[in-house]
Design a protein around this ligand. Structure first.
Ligand SMILES: Nc1ncnc2c1ncn2[C@@H]1O[C@H](COP(=O)(O)OP(=O)(O)OP(=O)(O)O)[C@@H](O)[C@H]1O
Length: 439
């Protein structure tokens, strides 16, 4: 399942401290939002139930006031989410962590942080860079999607035409950005230098909330490879980690930034498509899990009654088409959204009453994403996989041989069978030897 975390940040509240009231409360894993419009108009006990809407997530963090006993520091967020990214990467899973929320609600603060309060990305890199060359390879790239075009944040590009990179799709490894530079890093200092270089290049423009707001999506990718010995063979555990800082979620609303029609409309496309992809995946996952439970109920009933076999699809519905390729962002994150990846979504919200509509829409969006079920798989080295499968097959055949020998009821038939099985065991053992020799 997609892991969800809500991060309630302080910034918009302090900007609007004069008028803004705190309408968000965090209670363990539940974020509660109070609608003060309803609050002031209605007062009976029935109506009071209407005032607060609660959303539950895997984690909820309150980072409004450092003096508050509930205050969640960057370290706490890292301990929960960062370590889960790291443990997945060490085990060979692809991981995606993305931050979604209104402009100024703390996406960049959570993902990158400030020099005084380091965020998730540098913390994750710091741990990864502790395990280094030659047994651990650590390559990273940093790109920006702006107006549905891609640029490399770690390459000096033509200033007049910086957004020239194209997304392509490899039949086995999936979507990738052609020509994106990959940087081999050997220590944390290099990581920080490259991160700073990339961040400085990100597009920013004035908005009505604060004037250094990012309108682009930033995707920071780490290819992390560990050299190991498995079955006495040199092998690799590979993992891809995508850390994504999205543009402000209000960009999904076309009326929001009328003066920047082109920019607004294009950013809108990626966020709107992300919304469609998330809700379609959620719908499909729900359909899949309800089909599974119907099938298991059916087979339980069948095993009792010995009735007809299940009639194929219980509902007759097919999973809906997922429009990944409708935007650059969703195309690039295809594998992370509903694919072979462990994915964590961080929804950042402001506690201020002035942000009520955006806060509700962000939390509904995240609540919808909670229904997505991914199928993460460990990225296994092809040779090691083959050897593992052959060895499993050998064990299975040997077990069969043994059971035939024990039973040995019909000598002539069993001799034939024994011969075939022994032959198969030998063939598989030969294959394993050949693979060892080739390496
Ligand atoms: N929890 C927090 N504690 C301290 N400062 C914060 C916190 N959250 C956000 N800020 C500060 O508020 C400002 C805006 O936050 P940030 O840039 O992270 O917003 P954002 O959601 O990334 O916005 P955008 O969509 O424009 O990129 C920054 O100066 C950031 O350092």
């Amino acid at each position: 399942k997609l892991h969800l975390a809500t991060f309630v940040s302080n910034r918009p509240l302090s900007k609007r401290a004069e008028g803004g009231r705190v309408i968000v409360e965090v209670d363990d894993k539940v974020a509660k939002v109070r609608n003060i419009k309803v609050d002031s108009r209605l007062d009976s006990s029935w109506e009071s139930r209407e005032k607060t809407v609660a959303f539950s997530f895997d984690y909820c963090y309150w980072s409004v006031d450092p003096e508050d006993p509930k205050y969640a520091s960057q370290e706490m967020v890292f301990q929960d989410l960062g370590t889960s990214v790291l443990s997945g990467a060490f085990r060979g899973y692809n991981i995606c962590l993305f931050a979604y929320g209104q402009t100024g609600s703390g996406k960049t603060y959570t993902m990158m942080g400030t020099p005084a309060s380091i965020g998730l990305t540098p913390r994750i890199c710091e741990v990864l860079s502790e395990f280094n060359f030659p047994f651990f390879l650590f390559l990273f790239s940093f790109l920006e999607i702006y107006n549905e075009r891609v640029r490399d944040l770690l390459k000096q590009s033509d200033k007049t035409k910086p957004y020239t990179l194209r997304v392509r799709e490899h039949p086995e490894t999936g979507p990738y950005v052609q020509g994106l530079t990959q940087h081999l890093v050997t220590d944390y200092k290099q990581v920080v230098k490259l991160l700073e270089e990339g961040i400085a290049k990100r597009i920013t423009a004035a908005t009505h909330i604060h004037n250094a707001s990012s309108r682009s999506h930033a995707v920071f990718t780490i290819h992390y490879t560990q050299a190991i010995l498995e079955n006495n063979l040199p092998s690799e555990i590979a993992s891809k980690i995508n850390l994504v800082d999205l543009a402000g979620s209000e960009r999904a609303d076309p009326s929001y930034c009328k003066d920047r029609i082109t920019e607004g409309a294009n950013i809108n496309k990626s966020l709107v498509t992300l919304g469609i992809v998330i809700s379609t995946l959620a719908q499909n996952s729900q359909m899949f899990s309800s089909c599974q439970s119907i099938t298991s109920i059916t087979s339980e009933a069948e095993s009792g009654r010995g009735d007809n076999p299940p009639s194929g699809s219980s509902s007759g519905r097919r999973p809906a088409y997922i429009p990944y390729r409708d935007s650059i962002l969703t195309w690039l994150l295809k594998d992370s959204l509903g694919g072979n990846s462990k994915t964590i979504m961080i929804a950042t919200i402001s506690p201020a009453s002035s942000s009520y509509n955006e806060t509700m829409s962000t939390l509904r969006y995240a609540a919808n994403a909670k229904n997505i079920i991914n199928k993460p798989r460990v990225n296994e080295d092809a040779n090691v996989k083959l050897i593992r499968e052959l060895r499993e097959e050998i064990d299975r055949l040997k077990a069969m041989l043994m059971s035939f020998e024990l039973r040995n009821s019909s000598p002539s038939w069993s001799d034939d069978r024994d011969g075939n099985l022994t032959e198969l065991v030998l063939q598989n053992e030969m294959k394993v030897c050949m693979i060892y020799l080739m390496l």
